[in-house]
Design a protein around this ligand. Structure first.
Ligand SMILES: *Cc1c(COP(=O)(O)O)cnc(C)c1O
Length: 465
Protein backbone atom coordinates (compact mmCIF):
# COMPACT_ATOMS: atom_id res chain seq x y z
CA UNK A 1 0.00 0.00 0.00
CA UNK A 2 1.36 3.44 -1.01
CA UNK A 3 0.29 6.87 0.17
CA UNK A 4 -0.13 9.92 -2.05
CA UNK A 5 -0.46 13.60 -1.25
CA UNK A 6 -3.71 15.54 -1.62
CA UNK A 7 -1.66 18.18 -3.48
CA UNK A 8 -0.38 15.76 -6.09
CA UNK A 9 3.22 17.00 -6.11
CA UNK A 10 4.96 14.65 -3.67
CA UNK A 11 6.23 11.14 -4.38
CA UNK A 12 4.12 8.21 -3.19
CA UNK A 13 5.49 6.74 0.05
CA UNK A 14 5.03 3.60 2.11
CA UNK A 15 3.08 3.37 5.38
CA UNK A 16 6.02 4.02 7.71
CA UNK A 17 7.07 7.15 5.83
CA UNK A 18 3.52 8.52 6.01
CA UNK A 19 3.40 7.51 9.68
CA UNK A 20 6.64 9.26 10.65
CA UNK A 21 6.43 12.23 8.31
CA UNK A 22 2.94 13.54 8.99
CA UNK A 23 2.57 16.23 6.35
CA UNK A 24 3.65 15.45 2.77
CA UNK A 25 6.61 17.54 1.46
CA UNK A 26 4.34 19.45 -0.98
CA UNK A 27 2.25 20.69 1.97
CA UNK A 28 -0.54 18.19 1.29
CA UNK A 29 -1.94 15.40 3.43
CA UNK A 30 -1.35 11.71 2.81
CA UNK A 31 -4.17 9.46 1.73
CA UNK A 32 -3.95 5.86 0.50
CA UNK A 33 -3.33 5.48 -3.22
CA UNK A 34 -6.25 3.03 -3.28
CA UNK A 35 -8.74 2.65 -0.45
CA UNK A 36 -9.08 -0.99 0.53
CA UNK A 37 -12.57 -2.37 0.62
CA UNK A 38 -13.73 -4.68 3.40
CA UNK A 39 -16.24 -7.36 2.49
CA UNK A 40 -19.59 -7.61 4.26
CA UNK A 41 -18.51 -10.94 5.75
CA UNK A 42 -15.35 -9.39 7.18
CA UNK A 43 -17.36 -6.54 8.72
CA UNK A 44 -19.80 -9.08 10.17
CA UNK A 45 -16.95 -10.70 12.14
CA UNK A 46 -16.42 -7.41 14.03
CA UNK A 47 -19.64 -7.80 16.02
CA UNK A 48 -18.70 -8.77 19.55
CA UNK A 49 -15.00 -9.13 18.68
CA UNK A 50 -12.31 -7.68 20.98
CA UNK A 51 -11.50 -4.10 20.01
CA UNK A 52 -7.81 -4.84 19.48
CA UNK A 53 -8.63 -7.59 17.02
CA UNK A 54 -10.85 -5.33 14.93
CA UNK A 55 -8.16 -2.64 14.99
CA UNK A 56 -5.48 -5.12 13.88
CA UNK A 57 -7.76 -6.41 11.10
CA UNK A 58 -8.44 -2.96 9.71
CA UNK A 59 -4.86 -1.72 10.05
CA UNK A 60 -3.69 -4.88 8.33
CA UNK A 61 -5.22 -3.55 5.10
CA UNK A 62 -3.02 -0.43 5.27
CA UNK A 63 0.42 -1.20 6.69
CA UNK A 64 1.88 -3.25 3.83
CA UNK A 65 4.77 -5.34 5.14
CA UNK A 66 5.78 -2.83 7.83
CA UNK A 67 4.44 -5.07 10.63
CA UNK A 68 3.63 -8.76 10.70
CA UNK A 69 0.00 -9.62 11.52
CA UNK A 70 1.03 -10.94 14.92
CA UNK A 71 3.15 -7.86 15.71
CA UNK A 72 0.26 -5.62 14.69
CA UNK A 73 -2.15 -7.55 16.87
CA UNK A 74 0.21 -7.29 19.85
CA UNK A 75 0.64 -3.53 19.32
CA UNK A 76 -3.15 -3.09 19.25
CA UNK A 77 -3.58 -5.22 22.35
CA UNK A 78 -1.02 -3.17 24.29
CA UNK A 79 -2.47 0.13 23.08
CA UNK A 80 -6.02 -0.71 24.12
CA UNK A 81 -5.02 -2.37 27.39
CA UNK A 82 -4.36 1.22 28.53
CA UNK A 83 -8.14 1.84 28.43
CA UNK A 84 -10.17 1.42 31.60
CA UNK A 85 -13.22 -0.19 29.96
CA UNK A 86 -13.12 -3.77 28.61
CA UNK A 87 -15.08 -2.75 25.50
CA UNK A 88 -12.56 0.13 24.95
CA UNK A 89 -15.26 2.30 23.27
CA UNK A 90 -18.59 1.18 24.77
CA UNK A 91 -21.98 2.21 23.41
CA UNK A 92 -24.70 3.42 25.74
CA UNK A 93 -28.27 4.14 24.83
CA UNK A 94 -29.91 7.55 25.26
CA UNK A 95 -33.19 7.00 23.43
CA UNK A 96 -34.77 4.21 21.34
CA UNK A 97 -32.83 5.27 18.27
CA UNK A 98 -29.96 7.20 19.78
CA UNK A 99 -26.67 6.00 21.24
CA UNK A 100 -23.55 7.51 22.75
CA UNK A 101 -20.21 6.08 21.69
CA UNK A 102 -17.95 6.62 24.71
CA UNK A 103 -14.49 7.38 23.40
CA UNK A 104 -13.07 8.71 26.66
CA UNK A 105 -11.92 5.68 28.62
CA UNK A 106 -8.24 6.15 27.74
CA UNK A 107 -5.51 7.50 30.04
CA UNK A 108 -6.20 11.21 29.36
CA UNK A 109 -10.00 10.89 29.20
CA UNK A 110 -10.46 12.07 25.61
CA UNK A 111 -10.87 10.30 22.30
CA UNK A 112 -7.42 11.44 21.18
CA UNK A 113 -6.05 8.53 23.27
CA UNK A 114 -7.61 6.03 20.87
CA UNK A 115 -5.21 7.03 18.10
CA UNK A 116 -2.28 8.25 20.17
CA UNK A 117 -1.81 5.09 22.25
CA UNK A 118 -1.60 3.17 19.00
CA UNK A 119 0.63 5.67 17.23
CA UNK A 120 3.30 5.65 19.94
CA UNK A 121 3.50 1.88 19.73
CA UNK A 122 3.58 1.90 15.92
CA UNK A 123 6.51 4.34 16.02
CA UNK A 124 8.67 2.31 18.38
CA UNK A 125 9.73 -0.68 16.25
CA UNK A 126 10.13 1.50 13.15
CA UNK A 127 12.46 3.94 14.90
CA UNK A 128 14.44 1.15 16.50
CA UNK A 129 14.87 -0.57 13.11
CA UNK A 130 15.91 2.66 11.38
CA UNK A 131 18.16 3.75 14.24
CA UNK A 132 16.39 7.11 13.97
CA UNK A 133 15.42 9.62 16.60
CA UNK A 134 12.45 11.95 16.04
CA UNK A 135 11.19 15.26 17.34
CA UNK A 136 7.42 15.39 17.51
CA UNK A 137 5.98 18.88 17.65
CA UNK A 138 2.28 18.95 18.26
CA UNK A 139 -0.17 21.83 18.29
CA UNK A 140 -3.08 21.23 20.60
CA UNK A 141 -6.51 22.75 21.06
CA UNK A 142 -6.61 20.93 24.37
CA UNK A 143 -6.73 17.15 24.18
CA UNK A 144 -4.17 16.15 21.56
CA UNK A 145 -1.28 17.46 23.64
CA UNK A 146 -2.17 15.49 26.74
CA UNK A 147 -2.85 12.33 24.76
CA UNK A 148 0.44 12.68 22.85
CA UNK A 149 2.49 13.47 25.93
CA UNK A 150 1.00 10.51 27.81
CA UNK A 151 1.56 8.16 24.84
CA UNK A 152 5.14 9.22 24.03
CA UNK A 153 6.55 10.18 27.46
CA UNK A 154 9.56 8.09 28.34
CA UNK A 155 9.66 6.24 24.99
CA UNK A 156 12.97 5.66 23.26
CA UNK A 157 14.13 7.64 20.21
CA UNK A 158 11.40 10.29 20.50
CA UNK A 159 11.16 13.72 22.05
CA UNK A 160 7.94 15.67 22.13
CA UNK A 161 7.09 19.37 22.26
CA UNK A 162 3.43 20.27 22.88
CA UNK A 163 2.32 23.79 21.86
CA UNK A 164 -0.91 24.98 23.43
CA UNK A 165 -2.73 28.35 23.28
CA UNK A 166 -2.17 30.02 26.62
CA UNK A 167 -5.35 30.44 28.67
CA UNK A 168 -7.57 28.76 26.07
CA UNK A 169 -7.71 25.23 27.44
CA UNK A 170 -9.12 23.80 30.66
CA UNK A 171 -6.94 23.22 33.72
CA UNK A 172 -7.40 19.45 33.51
CA UNK A 173 -6.43 19.50 29.84
CA UNK A 174 -3.32 21.56 30.65
CA UNK A 175 -2.30 19.38 33.57
CA UNK A 176 -2.39 16.21 31.48
CA UNK A 177 0.53 17.77 29.57
CA UNK A 178 2.37 19.90 32.07
CA UNK A 179 2.63 17.36 34.88
CA UNK A 180 4.61 14.91 32.73
CA UNK A 181 8.00 14.45 34.37
CA UNK A 182 9.73 12.49 31.59
CA UNK A 183 12.83 14.25 30.22
CA UNK A 184 11.72 13.76 26.57
CA UNK A 185 8.68 16.03 27.10
CA UNK A 186 8.43 19.85 26.81
CA UNK A 187 5.24 21.93 26.98
CA UNK A 188 4.96 25.45 25.59
CA UNK A 189 2.22 28.00 26.26
CA UNK A 190 1.96 30.07 23.08
CA UNK A 191 0.74 33.64 23.28
CA UNK A 192 -2.00 33.14 20.67
CA UNK A 193 -4.92 30.90 19.72
CA UNK A 194 -4.97 27.35 18.37
CA UNK A 195 -4.85 28.49 14.76
CA UNK A 196 -1.59 30.31 15.57
CA UNK A 197 -0.18 27.09 17.05
CA UNK A 198 -1.27 25.12 14.02
CA UNK A 199 0.18 27.72 11.63
CA UNK A 200 3.52 27.61 13.48
CA UNK A 201 3.57 23.83 13.23
CA UNK A 202 2.91 24.00 9.51
CA UNK A 203 5.68 26.56 9.01
CA UNK A 204 8.16 24.29 10.84
CA UNK A 205 7.43 21.57 8.30
CA UNK A 206 7.67 23.94 5.34
CA UNK A 207 11.18 24.92 6.51
CA UNK A 208 12.67 21.68 5.19
CA UNK A 209 16.16 22.52 6.44
CA UNK A 210 14.86 22.85 9.98
CA UNK A 211 12.59 19.80 9.62
CA UNK A 212 15.53 17.61 8.59
CA UNK A 213 17.88 19.07 11.16
CA UNK A 214 15.63 18.11 14.09
CA UNK A 215 13.93 15.06 12.42
CA UNK A 216 10.54 16.66 12.72
CA UNK A 217 7.41 14.58 12.95
CA UNK A 218 3.72 15.36 13.54
CA UNK A 219 1.04 13.51 15.38
CA UNK A 220 -1.73 16.02 14.74
CA UNK A 221 -4.71 14.67 12.86
CA UNK A 222 -2.88 15.52 9.65
CA UNK A 223 -1.14 12.21 10.42
CA UNK A 224 -2.94 9.58 8.37
CA UNK A 225 -2.40 6.81 10.93
CA UNK A 226 -4.57 8.74 13.38
CA UNK A 227 -7.44 8.87 10.93
CA UNK A 228 -7.05 5.16 10.39
CA UNK A 229 -7.04 4.41 14.13
CA UNK A 230 -10.21 6.47 14.52
CA UNK A 231 -12.06 4.72 11.71
CA UNK A 232 -11.91 1.53 13.82
CA UNK A 233 -14.54 2.65 16.33
CA UNK A 234 -16.97 3.49 13.55
CA UNK A 235 -16.79 -0.16 12.53
CA UNK A 236 -16.96 -1.44 16.10
CA UNK A 237 -20.03 0.64 16.97
CA UNK A 238 -21.87 -0.01 13.71
CA UNK A 239 -21.21 -3.76 13.91
CA UNK A 240 -22.56 -3.81 17.46
CA UNK A 241 -25.82 -2.30 16.14
CA UNK A 242 -26.19 -4.65 13.21
CA UNK A 243 -23.86 -3.56 10.40
CA UNK A 244 -23.24 -4.63 7.69
CA UNK A 245 -26.93 -5.60 7.42
CA UNK A 246 -28.17 -2.46 9.14
CA UNK A 247 -27.00 1.02 8.31
CA UNK A 248 -26.25 3.65 10.96
CA UNK A 249 -25.69 7.41 11.14
CA UNK A 250 -23.17 9.32 13.24
CA UNK A 251 -23.09 12.75 14.84
CA UNK A 252 -19.53 14.01 15.31
CA UNK A 253 -18.33 17.02 17.30
CA UNK A 254 -16.08 18.64 14.74
CA UNK A 255 -13.00 20.83 14.94
CA UNK A 256 -10.15 19.82 12.65
CA UNK A 257 -12.44 17.37 10.82
CA UNK A 258 -10.16 14.41 11.60
CA UNK A 259 -12.77 12.40 13.43
CA UNK A 260 -15.45 13.15 10.85
CA UNK A 261 -13.09 12.20 8.03
CA UNK A 262 -12.37 8.90 9.79
CA UNK A 263 -16.11 8.23 9.39
CA UNK A 264 -15.88 9.03 5.68
CA UNK A 265 -12.97 6.56 5.47
CA UNK A 266 -15.02 3.85 7.21
CA UNK A 267 -17.80 4.34 4.68
CA UNK A 268 -15.31 4.28 1.81
CA UNK A 269 -14.03 0.95 3.12
CA UNK A 270 -17.52 -0.52 2.95
CA UNK A 271 -19.28 0.32 6.22
CA UNK A 272 -22.94 1.20 5.60
CA UNK A 273 -23.27 4.75 6.95
CA UNK A 274 -26.35 6.72 5.96
CA UNK A 275 -25.26 10.13 7.17
CA UNK A 276 -22.62 11.91 9.22
CA UNK A 277 -23.66 15.05 11.02
CA UNK A 278 -20.61 17.30 11.42
CA UNK A 279 -21.53 19.46 14.39
CA UNK A 280 -19.42 22.49 15.25
CA UNK A 281 -19.59 25.09 17.96
CA UNK A 282 -19.67 28.78 17.00
CA UNK A 283 -16.36 28.22 15.19
CA UNK A 284 -18.37 26.97 12.28
CA UNK A 285 -16.11 26.94 9.21
CA UNK A 286 -16.95 23.29 8.46
CA UNK A 287 -20.69 23.70 9.04
CA UNK A 288 -20.80 26.76 6.78
CA UNK A 289 -18.76 25.01 4.09
CA UNK A 290 -21.06 21.98 4.03
CA UNK A 291 -24.16 24.17 3.99
CA UNK A 292 -23.17 26.93 1.58
CA UNK A 293 -20.09 25.72 -0.28
CA UNK A 294 -18.06 28.62 1.03
CA UNK A 295 -15.03 27.51 3.02
CA UNK A 296 -13.96 30.76 4.63
CA UNK A 297 -11.91 31.51 7.68
CA UNK A 298 -13.58 33.51 10.44
CA UNK A 299 -12.27 34.83 13.72
CA UNK A 300 -11.71 32.04 16.26
CA UNK A 301 -13.82 32.59 19.38
CA UNK A 302 -13.43 30.90 22.76
CA UNK A 303 -16.29 28.52 23.64
CA UNK A 304 -17.18 25.90 26.25
CA UNK A 305 -15.89 23.24 23.83
CA UNK A 306 -12.32 24.50 23.40
CA UNK A 307 -11.01 21.46 21.51
CA UNK A 308 -13.11 22.72 18.59
CA UNK A 309 -12.15 26.41 18.76
CA UNK A 310 -10.50 26.54 15.37
CA UNK A 311 -11.12 28.26 12.08
CA UNK A 312 -9.08 26.11 9.72
CA UNK A 313 -10.03 22.43 9.65
CA UNK A 314 -6.91 20.75 8.24
CA UNK A 315 -8.58 17.47 7.39
CA UNK A 316 -11.20 19.18 5.26
CA UNK A 317 -8.55 19.13 2.53
CA UNK A 318 -8.74 15.33 2.52
CA UNK A 319 -12.49 15.41 1.94
CA UNK A 320 -12.00 18.04 -0.76
CA UNK A 321 -9.47 15.87 -2.59
CA UNK A 322 -11.68 12.80 -2.31
CA UNK A 323 -14.71 14.76 -3.53
CA UNK A 324 -13.10 16.40 -6.57
CA UNK A 325 -12.16 13.16 -8.24
CA UNK A 326 -8.79 13.06 -6.45
CA UNK A 327 -7.47 15.96 -8.48
CA UNK A 328 -4.25 16.93 -6.66
CA UNK A 329 -3.58 19.90 -8.96
CA UNK A 330 -6.96 21.46 -8.26
CA UNK A 331 -6.64 20.77 -4.53
CA UNK A 332 -3.22 22.40 -4.51
CA UNK A 333 -4.42 25.50 -6.37
CA UNK A 334 -7.54 25.88 -4.28
CA UNK A 335 -5.82 25.41 -0.92
CA UNK A 336 -2.94 27.68 -1.91
CA UNK A 337 -5.57 30.31 -2.72
CA UNK A 338 -7.29 29.59 0.57
CA UNK A 339 -4.02 30.01 2.47
CA UNK A 340 -3.55 33.40 0.82
CA UNK A 341 -7.10 34.75 0.89
CA UNK A 342 -8.83 32.76 3.66
CA UNK A 343 -11.64 32.01 1.23
CA UNK A 344 -12.53 29.10 -1.03
CA UNK A 345 -15.66 28.61 -3.13
CA UNK A 346 -16.25 24.87 -3.34
CA UNK A 347 -17.32 23.92 -6.90
CA UNK A 348 -20.94 22.75 -6.89
CA UNK A 349 -20.23 19.19 -8.05
CA UNK A 350 -17.58 18.84 -5.33
CA UNK A 351 -20.01 20.15 -2.72
CA UNK A 352 -22.79 17.81 -3.78
CA UNK A 353 -20.34 14.91 -3.55
CA UNK A 354 -19.56 15.94 0.05
CA UNK A 355 -23.26 16.29 0.82
CA UNK A 356 -23.88 12.68 -0.18
CA UNK A 357 -22.61 11.75 3.28
CA UNK A 358 -22.21 14.91 5.35
CA UNK A 359 -24.49 17.54 6.75
CA UNK A 360 -23.04 20.41 8.75
CA UNK A 361 -24.59 22.28 11.62
CA UNK A 362 -23.37 24.82 14.16
CA UNK A 363 -24.52 24.83 17.78
CA UNK A 364 -24.49 27.98 19.90
CA UNK A 365 -23.37 28.18 23.50
CA UNK A 366 -26.86 28.41 25.01
CA UNK A 367 -28.01 25.28 23.17
CA UNK A 368 -24.89 23.44 24.32
CA UNK A 369 -25.60 24.32 27.94
CA UNK A 370 -29.27 23.42 27.55
CA UNK A 371 -28.43 20.04 26.01
CA UNK A 372 -26.04 19.23 28.87
CA UNK A 373 -28.83 20.00 31.34
CA UNK A 374 -31.50 18.08 29.44
CA UNK A 375 -29.45 14.92 29.14
CA UNK A 376 -28.82 15.05 32.88
CA UNK A 377 -32.47 15.47 33.78
CA UNK A 378 -33.80 13.04 31.14
CA UNK A 379 -31.30 10.21 31.52
CA UNK A 380 -29.26 10.87 34.66
CA UNK A 381 -26.08 11.01 32.60
CA UNK A 382 -23.45 13.68 32.68
CA UNK A 383 -21.97 14.56 29.33
CA UNK A 384 -19.37 17.22 28.55
CA UNK A 385 -19.66 20.18 26.13
CA UNK A 386 -18.11 18.62 22.98
CA UNK A 387 -20.46 15.68 23.24
CA UNK A 388 -23.33 18.10 23.85
CA UNK A 389 -22.50 19.93 20.61
CA UNK A 390 -22.72 16.65 18.69
CA UNK A 391 -25.92 15.60 20.41
CA UNK A 392 -27.56 18.99 19.88
CA UNK A 393 -26.58 18.76 16.21
CA UNK A 394 -28.21 15.33 15.98
CA UNK A 395 -31.39 16.69 17.57
CA UNK A 396 -31.57 19.67 15.23
CA UNK A 397 -30.93 17.65 12.09
CA UNK A 398 -33.40 14.90 13.02
CA UNK A 399 -33.38 11.58 11.18
CA UNK A 400 -32.39 10.93 7.61
CA UNK A 401 -34.29 7.66 7.96
CA UNK A 402 -36.31 6.48 10.99
CA UNK A 403 -34.91 2.96 10.70
CA UNK A 404 -31.35 4.17 11.08
CA UNK A 405 -30.03 4.76 14.60
CA UNK A 406 -27.84 7.77 15.31
CA UNK A 407 -24.57 7.20 17.14
CA UNK A 408 -23.29 10.33 18.86
CA UNK A 409 -19.54 10.42 19.37
CA UNK A 410 -18.79 11.26 22.99
CA UNK A 411 -15.25 12.57 22.78
CA UNK A 412 -14.30 13.49 26.34
CA UNK A 413 -15.06 12.57 29.93
CA UNK A 414 -17.19 15.15 31.79
CA UNK A 415 -14.46 15.47 34.45
CA UNK A 416 -12.27 17.12 31.84
CA UNK A 417 -14.62 20.14 31.85
CA UNK A 418 -15.92 20.13 35.43
CA UNK A 419 -16.85 23.83 35.65
CA UNK A 420 -18.92 23.88 32.46
CA UNK A 421 -20.68 20.66 33.42
CA UNK A 422 -21.47 21.95 36.91
CA UNK A 423 -22.83 25.25 35.60
CA UNK A 424 -25.19 23.42 33.23
CA UNK A 425 -26.36 20.64 35.53
CA UNK A 426 -25.62 21.77 39.08
CA UNK A 427 -23.60 18.60 39.51
CA UNK A 428 -19.83 18.30 39.83
CA UNK A 429 -18.71 15.36 37.67
CA UNK A 430 -16.79 12.85 39.78
CA UNK A 431 -13.14 12.80 38.79
CA UNK A 432 -11.76 9.45 37.71
CA UNK A 433 -8.44 8.34 39.12
CA UNK A 434 -6.47 9.75 36.17
CA UNK A 435 -7.76 13.28 36.78
CA UNK A 436 -7.28 13.11 40.56
CA UNK A 437 -3.67 11.99 40.21
CA UNK A 438 -2.58 14.97 38.09
CA UNK A 439 -4.33 17.55 40.29
CA UNK A 440 -1.55 17.30 42.89
CA UNK A 441 1.53 17.17 40.68
CA UNK A 442 3.75 20.18 39.95
CA UNK A 443 3.42 21.74 36.48
CA UNK A 444 6.30 22.42 34.14
CA UNK A 445 5.99 24.54 30.97
CA UNK A 446 7.62 27.42 29.11
CA UNK A 447 6.07 30.47 27.41
CA UNK A 448 6.77 31.66 23.88
CA UNK A 449 5.37 34.33 21.54
CA UNK A 450 3.29 33.09 18.57
CA UNK A 451 6.28 33.18 16.21
CA UNK A 452 7.77 30.31 14.22
CA UNK A 453 11.34 31.52 14.75
CA UNK A 454 10.95 31.49 18.53
CA UNK A 455 9.60 27.94 18.42
CA UNK A 456 12.37 26.79 16.08
CA UNK A 457 15.03 28.18 18.41
CA UNK A 458 13.35 26.44 21.34
CA UNK A 459 13.21 23.08 19.55
CA UNK A 460 16.82 23.38 18.37
CA UNK A 461 17.93 24.02 21.94
CA UNK A 462 16.04 20.97 23.19
CA UNK A 463 17.54 18.76 20.47
CA UNK A 464 21.04 20.04 21.25
CA UNK A 465 20.68 19.51 25.00
C1 LIG B 1 -10.15 17.08 19.23
C2 LIG B 1 -11.51 17.02 19.80
C3 LIG B 1 -12.65 17.16 19.00
C4 LIG B 1 -12.59 17.51 17.54
O1 LIG B 1 -12.08 16.46 16.75
P1 LIG B 1 -11.51 16.78 15.30
O2 LIG B 1 -10.95 15.49 14.82
O3 LIG B 1 -10.46 17.83 15.47
O4 LIG B 1 -12.65 17.27 14.48
C5 LIG B 1 -13.89 17.01 19.61
N1 LIG B 1 -14.00 16.76 20.93
C6 LIG B 1 -12.93 16.64 21.73
C7 LIG B 1 -13.12 16.40 23.18
C8 LIG B 1 -11.65 16.75 21.20
O5 LIG B 1 -10.57 16.63 21.99
Amino acid sequence: MRYISTRGAAPAVDFTTALLGGLAPDGGLYVPQIWPSLSASEIATFAGAPYARVAADILGHFVGDAYSPSALHRICQEAYASFSHPAVTPLTQLAPDQFLLELFHGPTLAFKDVAMQLLARLYEPVLAARGQSLTIVCATSGDTGGAAVEAFAGRANVRIVALFPEGRISEVQRRFMTTAAAPNVRCVAVDGDFDDCQAILKSLFLDTVFAQEVCLSAVNSINFARILAQSVYYFVAAAALGAPVRSVSFAVPTGNFGDAFAGWAAKKMGLPITRIIASTNRNDIVARALQSGIYARGEAVATQSPAMDIQVASNFERLYFESNGRDGGQTRNDFDDFAASGHLQIPSQVLSQMQQLFVGTSVDEATTTQTLGEVWTETGRLIEPHTAVALAGARVMGHADRQVPVIVLSTAHPAKFPDTVREATGVMPPAPLAARAIAQLPERFDRLPAQSEAVKAYVRAMVAA
